[in-house]
Design a protein around this ligand. Structure first.
Ligand code: PHE
Length: 417
């Protein structure tokens, strides 16, 4: 493959064997839906930011900084290494992330900015923006979504204002010589460097703070539960679920920031909690928006329902009208080099999205088949087409479907059945 460059954002990057970001995905980069004032994501963002400002003020001044305009192109160091995500962790794979090249990718979570902001001396901040993940295609998944991430750090004097006898760190841990101590996470309750008091105090504050947030958003009577979780960058870690339309829905991940991260960022004397939540899920539940693609709509029938509204107004989305779906199957034989197990579904989903764009509502793997005699492998995908703002004709759908067949043949060397 010849050496080439790829323009992402305002910069050119050399490509390599890791490059898998597509022109379609790059086209989402400057949309900034979370900052568009008539977009539901922006309303939820404002409500969350307001809640933070109300919860934490210092003599009337907000004690939080908000970063909602950080560029989404980050290094693997920012997205993974700085967060102690191991080299062989599945979240790093090409089939899960959009890589610009081996060392640069579109951030897969807002936590990618945590270390650099801590290092710049901040202790309390929010990071809000678009994140990119390769995933299946249906009404609740889109390769771009939006997250609010937060860090709240406290020094001993703040955390134990009323208990000057208590410490953040165990006596055997020396904050002036942090690297001499190996911090273990084998105790489910806390990191070995922290005292139980400090860890529990932070846990209580974190949980109260987040329950307060879901109550502000969904009302006092919202049912919720905490689920033990694992993230490489926090310990202990939890997920918060709320009971919504007869299901437990996960809304956020959180935990106590690993002390190694704090130390590497130059913050030796404090303990911090962090969380990350997805805006799309909250907006879909709050406003009863049935399809995640609607967030990207530029149609006035959609946007006008969120325009000039008080951020706390109760809004229930009314479908402008529902246009019919069109379903088409696509089956192909794989080349001898591939099997039904090794073929990358996400590669196919990206190709479908590249060609079909936003009229693709859903793609599902319908059938895997190995021919008993020839041993040839075949896959069948079902593609659901639906335009959000008008009716698609069968002829239009057939044309896109044909283009997908041709592109799949060229990209994967498959033979359409
Ligand atoms: N980054 C995590 C995610 O995207 C969420 C998270 C943020 C969890 C901060 C813990 C602390 O799922």
């Amino acid at each position: 493959k010849s050496l080439s460059v790829l323009r992402v954002g305002e910069k050119d990057y050399p490509t390599d064997d890791y490059t898998n970001v597509t022109p379609k995905i790059i086209s989402y980069l400057n949309r900034n839906l979370h900052l568009k004032k008539d977009n539901p994501l922006s309303l939820v963002r404002q409500r969350i930011v307001n809640y933070f400002y109300k919860s934490f003020t210092n003599r009337g001044n907000p004690s939080f900084s908000v970063y909602d305009n950080l560029p989404p192109v980050v290094t693997t160091k920012q997205n993974f290494d700085d967060l102690l995500i191991p080299e062989d962790h599945p979240s790093r794979t090409k089939s899960d992330c959009y890589y610009v090249n081996r060392s640069v990718l579109l951030r897969a979570h807002m936590t990618a900015h945590q270390t650099e902001l801590l290092r710049s001396g901040l202790d309390n901040f929010l990071m809000i923006g678009d994140v990119y993940r390769r995933d299946e295609i249906d009404s609740t998944h889109f390769p771009v979504f939006h997250q609010v991430d937060a860090v709240r750090s406290q020094l001993r004097e703040q955390l134990f204002e009323n208990h000057p006898d208590l410490n953040i760190f165990e006596p055997i841990y020396d904050p002036n010589n942090p690297n001499a101590f190996t911090n273990s996470i084998s105790d489910p309750a806390k990191q070995s460097c922290h005292t139980l008091e400090a860890s529990k105090m932070m846990e209580t504050q974190l949980k109260n703070h987040l329950i307060g947030l879901v109550k502000v958003l969904f009302g006092e009577s919202i049912q919720y539960r905490w689920v033990e979780a694992y993230f490489p960058f926090t310990h202990p870690s939890w997920e918060l679920e709320i009971y919504y339309e007869n299901n437990w829905m996960e809304v956020l991940g959180c935990g106590i920031v690993r002390n190694e991260i704090m130390v590497n960022a130059g913050s030796n004397n404090s303990i911090a909690y962090a969380f990350g939540l997805g805006l799309e899920r909250l907006a879909m539940a709050l406003y009863k928006i049935p399809d995640i693609r609607l967030m990207w709509s530029t149609d006035s029938g959609f946007l006008s329902q969120f325009q000039n509204k008080d951020v706390d107004a109760k809004i229930t989305y009314k479908p402008v009208s529902v246009y019919p779906q069109c379903k088409n199957d696509l089956s192909f034989w794989l080349p001898p080099t591939l099997t039904v197990e090794t073929f990358m579904n996400n590669d196919f989903y990206d190709l479908v999205r590249d060609i079909g764009g936003d009229v693709i509502e859903q793609v599902t793997l319908k059938d895997k088949f190995v021919h008993p005699k020839t041993k040839k492998h075949s896959l069948c995908y079902s593609i659901v087409y639906r335009h959000l703002e008008r009716t698609l004709t069968q002829a239009e759908v057939n044309k896109i479907h044909k283009e997908i067949e041709i592109a799949a043949t060229n990209a994967f060397n498959v033979v359409i059945r």
